[in-house]
Design a protein. Sequence first.
Length: 202
Amino acid sequence: MKFPLKIRYTLAILALVFGIVTLLASVLLINFHRQTGNMSLATAQEMKQRLLVKMHQRGETMTQFLADSLINPVYEYDIQSIYELASTTLNQEDVIYFYVYEPDGKIIHDGIEEIPNFGERFDDPIARTAEKADEFLIQDAEDFIDFSMPLVLGDDRIGGIRLGMTLDSIKRDLVQVEDRLAKIRAKGEQQSLYAVISITLG
């Protein structure tokens, strides 16, 4: 059965319009997805960098304050005073460890009343680097940041401290940012698709 010429012409026009809409929508969505994907990546990286800088600043402030506060207790080997400062530090948000150690790296206190690590030495690369450092040092690991500083009285090095801060809170914040960006991107793609259809169909 043959359709009248007018109907065939109309169907051809509709098919052409549908093809144009599909092509435009595909091109627009691909470009939009690429651009928003790049934007989301840049935003997440910028956010991560800002959060890391803030944690670096916070860790540096804490480490320097503790180093100043612990010089006399360490020199006098005042275990109670060391414990009070160390345990308070260990209870701070994001702090996962805190060590006060002798010049040879042996631990004096770890912030736990029973001092389970007393007299031990950590032989991992971060610990070795921290013990050898002559000044404040930041070491970034995959899941945490290590802050260390020697304790110096006059010209004598009497020990050192190490403060570890987890990156879990930063990772949680980044996940939330990425989720919000993904929702914004999905909504934008949907609106772009509607816009193409509306413009094409007039």
